[in-house]
Design a protein around this ligand. Structure first.
Ligand code: SF4
Ligand code: SF4
Length: 180
């Protein structure tokens, strides 16, 4: 509020001001963050780590990482949390009104569940997971196909699978399909 007041009452015209003032890296209470879109997988771990509501996801179905600069206190928790090391802090005071507006730092195409059509995760993240697990013995056939399903459909598919142990098979131990 103090910064807003000072900016609104500055004798220097807005057009004559620099767009931003760089601040010292050590202990700066204000600033931006930048994200390497080549390595960011949009896991959104940084959104959960941010204590100031500066990093946010998109409430709609399109996966997005958004940033509101006026909220950022440069604590660095997002950079420490990011598993890809994709976040860099930029200590500064942004003087333009954009400091209050959400900015999209990264966005991706959603991945659509092959069973129900509901979007979940990102195309990039799911395809990377499918590629990494393609040679794993536990994720072949139907199990590999389940990786392409949302969380709800995975459970339904396991329960309905003809080669899987159903909950009704367990109590008396007399009908354990495939184990006898
Ligand atoms: S910046 Fe890092 S923590 Fe944040 S969404 Fe991207 S990969 Fe995940
Ligand atoms: S530096 Fe701190 S306040 Fe700023 S975006 Fe990262 S976690 Fe949020």
């Amino acid at each position: 509020m103090a910064l807003e007041h000072l900016m609104a009452n500055s004798p220097v015209a807005e057009s004559a001001r620099p767009p931003a003032i760089a601040l010292p890296a050590d202990g700066s209470p204000l600033g931006a963050v930048s994200v390497n879109t080549g390595t960011c997988t949009l896991c959104l771990a940084c959104v959960g780590a941010c204590p100031a509501g500066a990093l946010q996801d998109n409430a709609d179905e399109r996966p997005e990482l958004r940033f509101i600069e006026k909220n950022c206190v440069q604590c660095g928790l997002c950079a420490q949390t990011c598993p890809e090391g994709a976040i860099k802090l930029e200590p500064r005071l942004l003087l333009s009104p954009e400091r209050k507006q959400p900015k999209v730092l990264n966005a991706a195409q959603p991945y659509v569940c092959v069973r129900c059509g509901k979007p979940f995760g990102t195309l990039q993240a799911i395809e990377a997971m499918l590629s990494r697990l393609s040679g794993h013995a536990m994720f072949q056939g139907a199990a590999a196909e389940r990786l392409k399903m949302c969380a709800d459909c995975r459970v339904i598919d396991i329960y309905r699978g003809t080669n899987e142990l159903g909950i009704e098979d367990v109590p008396d131990g007399k009908n354990l399909r495939g184990l006898r």
